[in-house]
Design a protein. Structure first.
Length: 115
């Protein structure tokens, strides 16, 4: 199983970014995918999740209405569209899945929101 995130960077407050996570090594469409984030000095937290077939998504209260998780099962990719970014969104963002009894993480992508 391999998860590779991309799309992070530096953005001004109020700006937008879209993160991507390319997955391989398992039947992507059969498993839920999640985005987590970890800010300096804080614990890793769940940001958003989406079931294998798409459909009902879930979000942390802190990002509801600003972030959107989606997936393209034909491309084995999950996305996180982030709008109205705030400095407190600054963190390393990780892609995650649980499959075949194990939990897998990507290497993370840094998102920095600063003027």
């Amino acid at each position: 199983v391999q998860l590779v995130e991309s799309g992070g960077g530096l953005v001004q407050p109020g700006g937008s970014l879209t993160l991507s996570c390319a997955a391989s090594g398992f039947t992507f469409s059969s498993y839920a995918m999640n985005w987590y984030r970890q800010a300096p000095g804080k614990e890793r937290e769940l940001v958003a999740g989406i079931p294998g077939g798409g459909g009902r998504t879930n979000y942390a209260d802190s990002v509801k209405g600003r972030f959107t998780i989606s997936r393209d099962n034909a491309k084995n990719t999950v996305y996180l569209q982030m709008n109205s970014l705030k400095p407190e969104d600054t963190a390393v963002y990780y892609c995650n899945t649980k499959t075949l009894g194990s939990v897998y993480w990507g290497q993370g992508t840094q998102v920095t929101v600063s003027s």
